[in-house]
Design a protein around this ligand. Structure first.
Ligand SMILES: NC(=O)c1ccc[n+]([C@@H]2O[C@H](COP(=O)([O-])OP(=O)(O)OC[C@H]3O[C@@H](n4cnc5c(N)ncnc54)[C@H](O)[C@@H]3O)[C@@H](O)[C@H]2O)c1
Length: 248
């Protein structure tokens, strides 16, 4: 991909399935990458793929500020931000206030606070690419997904507003909207809802025109594309990487 070599990237949720696959791809493209994650990287996963792991709680502004300062001094100003971190709560009208506060605090407010503290370095550089993870769940209703889908719709709204605000500074902002990807989040959500994993995989596969769930590396390709100069005229958009889920 054009122009990625030597760029500094931050990926929130970088120790999660899709964040990690994206990090691996950006490193292959020549980026220097910091992984922000709530999880402690005790398996030295970041090191394995040539990244730096920083333990950050994106629902805590002080934690974000410390992490951004660390990136600026250790890797240099970041030009790419991938907002992949998410909390997964699947509830309908029965959601409690604690559940709402938790999921909004990470997926919407946390994403906004990381972006707030990353944008100054992009403004300094006069360029940047922000990639916000939404989902097909940011377009349609799904049974018992209200808490999660509300945050994924919100991400698409943030993307469109930030694209307007940041275009004058040469910063592009886009949403990446995966279909169902076979990851541990899929497995965990099945468990949370008490569903049989193999049966759910068959059902999820059938929801996509391509007859299967996606793979993390297929999402990573889209991240690399949106981050690169190959996407230089793309901002404020939703890139569906959904195997035709929404076309059905
Ligand atoms: N997996 C899918 O099928 C799928 C489909 C559509 C969209 N998405 C979106 O893709 C993104 C990545 O999903 P994934 O499948 O990799 O999930 P994942 O659970 O594997 O990764 C999410 C990561 O976010 C981290 N995280 C959670 N709360 C945090 C906090 N407060 N501060 C810092 N880090 C925190 C977790 O520790 C985890 O490593 C999410 O935004 C998700 O909504 C996933």
């Amino acid at each position: 991909m054009k122009g990625l070599k030597g760029r500094v990237a931050v990926i929130t949720g970088g120790l999660g399935d899709l964040g990690y696959a994206s990090a691996q791809r950006l490193v292959e493209e020549g980026c220097r990458v910091a992984l922000f994650d709530l999880k402690l990287d005790d398996g030295a996963l970041a090191k394995k793929i040539g990244c730096t792991a920083v333990q950050v709680d994106i629902s805590n502004e002080r934690s974000i500020e410390d992490a951004c300062r660390f990136v600026e001094t250790s890797l240099g100003p970041a030009e790419i931000l991938v907002n992949s971190a998410a909390h997964f709560i699947f509830r309908s009208v029965d959601a409690t206030i604690e559940e709402w506060q938790k999921i909004l605090g990470v997926n919407v407010i946390g994403t906004s606070l990381v972006t707030k503290h990353m944008v100054p370095s992009m403004k300094k550089l006069g360029k940047g690419s922000i990639i916000n993870f939404s989902s097909v769940s940011g377009f349609v209703g799904q049974p018992n997904f209200a808490t999660y889908n509300a945050t994924k719709f919100a991400i698409r709204g943030l993307t469109k507003c930030w694209a307007q605000d940041l275009a004058p500074f040469g910063i592009r902002v886009n949403s990446l909207c995966p279909g169902y990807i076979y990851t541990s989040a899929f497995v965990n959500s099945c468990k949370q809802l008490g569903l049989d994993i193999q049966e759910e995989d068959r059902k999820a596969s059938a929801m996509h025109l391509l007859g299967r769930q996606g793979k993390p590396e297929e999402i990573a390709s889209a991240v690399a594309f949106l981050a690169s100069d190959d996407a230089s005229f793309i901002t404020g958009s939703d890139l569906l990487v959904d195997g035709g889920y929404l076309a059905k």
